[in-house]
Design a protein around this ligand. Structure first.
Ligand code: BG6
Length: 369
């Protein structure tokens, strides 16, 4: 059932174009407007929402972190991301006007379930973004938006992650539609751009051999850093998490802007650093700041592994290696920039002879607190 792939992980990474496409299916009516049938929360209540809190763990929390950038931009509602286990044990400000979005592949993560219950006790409405039908979290939530990634077998999450971002974006656009934050045409444009993403993810997959080659050369690496800015920041965190989970390599992700406030002290000759470069067609200052970061770490001897958009020639003088991704709108770029990082971690794990589908000490769904 691995479909000819060497692991479930490899298969699930390859499944991502379909996972995103399927998650987008059936969300609009004949006029192209979003209809969320599963969202059982009535529209009048949704209109009163003044804050969104995403609760999740691990990779699912990083999907929420990505979605914060988009939802705040589109809907002008504050979005907080909270690790489910932290949320529950502090004294979070939750009111009946708070919408809690619980993101979970399995729908069974106990920490996330407890956060859902905690939110409901305080009168908040909960929408679940979940992959597994009939699981506990959607059953206890007020509404559910299913990701259609199909069963994810490998313990570390890949296709569920891109589907979670897609579903959270659908939710954000639905809010924007409901609250009138965006023009209909703008929403339809973003939906079309989202529908173009599966082909772009496929392109990144088709270019995967170079990533695998580099991963094999780096099989004895003991530490890798990841830098990103804006939506590239949670992708840096996710790239580091994948490497820890799959290859047991010490890895850390940073916001590129933090570099000078501490992490640059870690840079010594030979230190591999992945840098996720924002599109030069987006906010210009963001792009040039990240290019400066690459120069700074390169000057201190770092080996720079850069993820950049096709045609971004500004990166080449400072990159030891560039993994190119197709051009796409900045907010949608995580769907392509995460892919080389997943392939890298999986191949490095394979090169070390590890069990990429069942990493030590981890479980697919953690049903204890
Ligand atoms: C961890 C898994 O145990 O739980 C991660 O190893 C996952 O891959 C996290 O991201 C959250 O799981 P879920 O099912 O709630 O998305």
């Amino acid at each position: 059932e691995k479909g000819g792939f060497w692991s479930f992980m490899a298969k699930e990474i390859a499944d991502q174009p379909k996972a995103v496409a399927d998650t987008l299916l059936g969300r609009t009516n004949e006029s192209g407007d979003l209809i969320l049938d599963d969202a059982r929360i009535d529209e009048a209540t949704l209109r009163t929402i003044d804050k969104i809190i995403v609760v999740a763990c691990g990779t699912a929390a990083y999907a929420g972190h990505v979605a914060k950038y988009a939802i705040e931009h589109w809907c002008r509602i504050p979005v907080e991301i909270e690790l489910a286990h932290e949320f529950r044990y502090r004294d979070p400000i939750v009111t009946p006007r708070t919408l809690v979005v619980a993101i979970s592949q399995s729908g069974e993560t106990m920490d996330t379930l407890m956060a859902v219950r905690h939110a409901q006790e305080q009168g908040a409405k909960v929408i679940a973004i979940v992959n597994t039908h009939g699981s506990t979290i959607p059953r206890e939530s007020d509404a559910v938006l299913y990701t259609h990634a199909g069963p994810e077998v490998a313990v570390a999450s890949t296709k569920a992650f891109v589907s979670q971002i897609t579903a959270a974006y659908i939710l954000g656009l639905y809010f924007a539609q409901l609250r009138g934050n965006m023009f209909r045409d703008e929403i339809h444009t973003v939906l079309d751009e989202l529908r173009a993403m599966p082909d772009k993810i496929q392109e990144v997959l088709d270019r995967g051999e170079r990533v695998r080659e580099i991963a094999r050369w780096m099989a004895d690496t003991s530490s890798v850093l990841f830098l990103g800015r804006h939506v590239g920041f949670p992708i840096a965190l996710e790239g580091a998490l994948k490497l820890k989970e799959l290859a047991y390599i010490h890895a850390e992700g940073f916001a590129a802007g933090e570099l000078k406030h501490g992490p640059i002290a870690l840079i010594e000759p030979g230190q591999p650093v992945f840098v996720i470069v924002p599109s030069p067609r987006g906010r210009d200052s963001l792009h040039s700041k990240v290019i400066s970061n690459i120069q700074e770490i390169r000057a201190r001897g770092a080996r720079t592994l850069v993820i950049a958009e096709d045609g971004d020639e500004a990166v080449t003088p400072f990159a030891d290696e560039v993994f190119w991704v197709p051009q796409c709108p900045t907010l949608l770029s995580p769907l392509v920039t995460v892919v080389p990082l997943q392939i890298f971690a999986a191949e490095l794990s394979r090169a070390k002879g590890l069990d990429v589908d069942q990493p030590r000490n981890l479980a697919k769904s953690v049903t204890v607190e």
